[in-house]
Design a protein around this ligand. Structure first.
Ligand code: CO
Ligand code: CO
Length: 341
């Protein structure tokens, strides 16, 4: 073990979950303080922390930052901010304030690069109708950017990642494959067109998805990020439910299958696959199966919706120009399993 605290530490994902994340392992065994007003904290699996302020108001808090996923600093700022806001939207909450989190070396890059990253983030914060209150920067050779986000929600209107019912439809609001594409982009092997589409999708806020799921009465939701579709789906079923995924309905970016065949697999995909394979059943293999394990950056919402609410959802989605795909269905059994067909 390298005990130097200055050694590169990697943080990421959605808090201290029992998953392949380092933070969950590191926090294991530490008694975390939680008062009676904590609605969602480190002990749960929720996307963000929730703290009750009064009977009709709760605070939602989350933080997310990462290394550049695209070369253009402005677009990276947009993607990182959209990603950081996503956990608030996944809970059906409204983000109100943000703080910048910056790791940047002025010796390595011109300060104008940082300005572009921040401008991208600020534009997303503005689009979300929020206020930017400040931030903190650390001199670091490896650039990182993200936001700490605070939101508000009515304590009874929280959309949790648990709460799906057997028979519910499973809906996804962004295509998969960002991990594979980002890996291939590092070698300049992605067409200009696909790269543009990828950046547009990753920088899109999950706000519309959140509003649509709320008005359709979603039973549960989460966002698809580092643990991939399988990892985040597992959080929705835990040990109470099963889910069937129709592999042929999975949306993914053009070129992803080709790049997968050429071997552009992110290391997170292998990690997720090793961790979540015991929970996955079915005859599917190769690209469509591995798509379930591909770590997503600023992925879409994964929504559990009663079938009788589907018309309402479809109508609201079309009104707000929200893309979505019905990719499966929750089932009574087999509990704790993701059945891929
Ligand atoms: Co997160
Ligand atoms: Co999340």
């Amino acid at each position: 073990m390298d005990a130097r605290l200055t050694h590169h530490a990697r943080f990421g994902g959605c808090g201290a979950k029992i998953g392949p994340g380092d933070l969950s392992r590191a926090l294991c065994g530490i008694d975390v303080p939680e008062g009676p007003n904590v609605i969602a904290g480190l002990k749960g699996f929720e996307d963000a922390g929730v703290y009750r302020i009064s009977d009709d108001l709760a605070l939602v808090q989350t933080v997310d930052f990462f290394t550049p996923v695209v070369n253009d600093p402005y677009r990276f700022g947009q993607v990182a901010a959209a990603n950081a806001l996503s956990d608030v939207y996944a809970m059906g909450a409204t983000p109100i304030t943000a703080l910048n989190i910056v790791c940047f070396s002025p010796r390595k890059f011109d300060i104008a690069v940082l300005r572009e990253i921040l401008r991208g983030g600020v534009d997303k914060v503005r689009e979300a109708g929020m206020s930017l209150l400040g931030g903190h920067s650390v001199d670091d050779e490896e650039t990182k950017y993200g936001l700490s986000v605070t939101g508000l929600v009515h304590p009874e209107r929280i959309v949790r990642n648990e709460g799906a019912k057997p028979g519910d439809l499973l809906i996804l609001t962004k295509p998969l494959g960002t991990g594979i594409l980002i890996t291939a982009m590092k070698g300049n092997l992605v067409s200009r067109e696909t790269e543009e589409r990828l950046v547009t999708v990753m920088s899109a806020l999950n706000r519309r998805a959140s509003v649509v799921m709320l008005s359709a009465g979603a039973h549960a939701a989460t966002d698809v990020t580092g643990f991939g579709l399988a990892g985040h789906l597992k959080e929705m079923i835990k040990e109470d439910l099963g889910v069937e995924v129709n592999a042929r309905k999975l949306p993914y970016f053009p070129e992803t299958a080709k790049l997968y065949d050429e071997g552009f697999l992110p290391s997170g995909l292998y990690k997720n696959k090793a961790f979540y394979t015991p929970f996955v059943e079915g005859e599917i293999s190769g690209f469509l199966l591995d798509l379930l394990f591909d770590p997503q950056s600023s992925g879409g919402l994964l929504i559990s919706l009663g079938e009788d609410s589907m018309d309402r959802f479809a109508h609201e989605a079309s009104d707000s120009a929200l893309d979505y795909w019905v990719i499966g269905r929750f089932m009574q059994e087999p509990v704790g399993k993701i059945c891929v067909r």
